[in-house]
Design a protein around this ligand. Structure first.
Ligand code: ADE
Length: 464
């Protein structure tokens, strides 16, 4: 789905944007003579915006009823590879909203010559983490000095597991289509004979939970901040991208340099099929919804369960259903009644009860879009200014601001990783599996390679 992003405050600087995928360069022309939809009563069209020079901005100041006007604007947007649904022009909720569409990809190819990057264009600096299929490294782009997180995935360990190949392609495809302030940005996807490389935004603050080790439990105000950023990220995935995240757990919640949450690791996310339900899975169970663990078809509601389990953990120091082994945890998630500690406020108890309903249809979040509004309006978030939060307004100071003396030191990452020696290309770090090259892999990972537009990268680096 081509994404169009809604901003609640028209005057703000865009720190994320849509990147339409359908190229129609001839119909758009050069950067100077970009297509600009005409102005209508209720939809003022601006073609340059502060901090957003390559975009078209549509400010919707009143409801548009005229079908012809709507058709012309939506056709124009379609030319840019983006969509704004007709009924959105009639939605009172969107009053005062602005839509910004990046046309940087549609300017003449000469003006943005892109050289295809190779893995060797990135110098490895440190190990940031280690997963089942490879490492996450801090790397520096040699040409620009920019720092990125590089997620490496070994083709050899993946091609034997068909599902993982699919998960990897899913991760690339999902990340490529997402631009959101609280979701990790994908800048490049590269490959060589042995490995796939996702070049991602470097979340300098490390894992959220590593900052919490000192304090077992967090205040409700602090939890409401992180939960609100997750609500925005999940709502975007569900209603704009059409993706179930499926794997919301502490390790996937990173912090950026300012302390805002960054959701990462899309290996398990799945694009919902037409009915909005999926039927496959595997991962750690503590934060997983009962219907996934039972192998039943599931939908977006599983992410709201996981949000409940994560908030419970932040508020109390442990997830709601624990046990010594996988089977015991799964049993408890499916059968045991939720117990809420006495010290939680009525607001927190109410939110957790609604999110942690075992029956997905009764769970808060299952009925979109109405439930998304209900979540935002919940008393647990009563102090939250959602508009400012989504705009990353500087007046909103995150509860934990990571200490970063020099980003290259990766001080916020575990010593067990950052102290590992970086092996020269071709030499493996023990414990991450062996590799072998296979010509078939080239076919398996066809179409994996991806480069974001220069303007997108520059803009993202400014706000990082
Ligand atoms: N960006 C994506 N994954 C990351 C990780 N594990 N650490 C830091 N930044 C990241």
């Amino acid at each position: 789905m081509a994404a169009v992003f809604a901003f609640d405050e028209p005057e703000m600087d865009a720190d994320f944007r849509s990147r339409p995928r359908t190229k129609s360069i001839s119909s758009i022309g050069s950067r100077d003579e970009a297509w600009v939809p005409p102005s209508y009563n209720g939809a003022e069209v601006v073609n340059t915006v502060n901090g957003y020079p390559n975009g078209v901005q549509i400010n919707i100041s009143s409801i548009i009823e005229d079908d012809e006007a709507i058709a012309e604007i939506t056709d124009g947007l379609a030319n840019l590879g983006s969509t704004l649904k007709n009924n959105q022009f009639r939605d009172e909720e969107l009053m005062g909203t602005s839509y910004q569409i990046d046309i940087a990809e549609y300017v003449s190819e000469d003006s943005e010559k892109k050289r295809r990057l190779r893995p060797s264009d990135f110098e490895p600096i440190k190990v940031l983490g280690k997963g089942a299929y490879g490492l996450v490294l801090l790397v520096r782009e040699r040409a620009t000095g920019r720092l990125y997180a590089q997620k490496q995935l070994k083709k050899a360990s993946m091609s034997v597991h068909k599902k993982t190949v699919e998960q990897t392609k899913t991760e690339r495809a999902i990340l490529e289509s997402i631009r959101h302030p609280f979701i990790v940005k994908l800048f490049y996807a590269l490959q060589d004979q042995r490995k796939l490389y996702l070049i991602l935004e470097y979340a300098q603050g490390g894992e959220l939970f590593s900052h919490l080790a000192m304090e077992k439990m967090l205040s409700e105000d602090t939890v409401s901040f992180y939960a609100a950023e997750l609500v925005l990220a999940l709502s975007h995935l569900h209603s704009v991208v059409g993706v179930v995240y499926r794997d919301l757990k502490p390790e996937n919640c990173l912090l950026d340099s300012q302390g805002h949450l960054v959701l990462t690791d899309f290996g398990l996310s799945k694009v919902a099929n037409d009915g909005g339900t999926c039927k496959t899975f595997l991962g750690t169970p503590e934060y997983m919804a009962p219907e996934i663990l039972l192998g039943k078809p599931y939908d977006f509601a599983v992410d709201w369960w996981s949000l409940g389990a994560l908030c419970y953990d932040l508020l109390t120091g442990a997830p709601p259903f624990t046990g010594n082994n996988y089977k015991r945890i799964v049993e408890k998630i499916q059968k045991t009644k939720l117990v809420l500690p006495y010290y939680l406020t009525a607001e927190a108890k109410d939110l957790l009860t609604r999110l942690l309903r075992k029956e997905p249809k009764k769970r808060l979040g299952s009925n979109i879009p109405d439930d998304l509004k209900a979540i935002r309006k919940h008393r647990f978030f009563r102090k939250m200014n959602w508009t400012k939060l989504e705009a990353r307004d500087p007046s909103i100071i995150p509860p934990i601001v990571p200490v970063i003396t020099d980003p290259i030191l990766a001080e916020n990452f575990a010593d067990e990783f950052t102290s590992l020696a970086i092996s020269p290309p071709g030499v493996e770090i023990p414990g991450v599996g062996s590799t072998s090259s296979n010509v078939d892999d080239v076919m398996l990972f066809e179409n994996f390679t991806f480069t974001a537009s220069n303007s997108f990268i520059e803009n993202a680096m400014r706000t990082a």
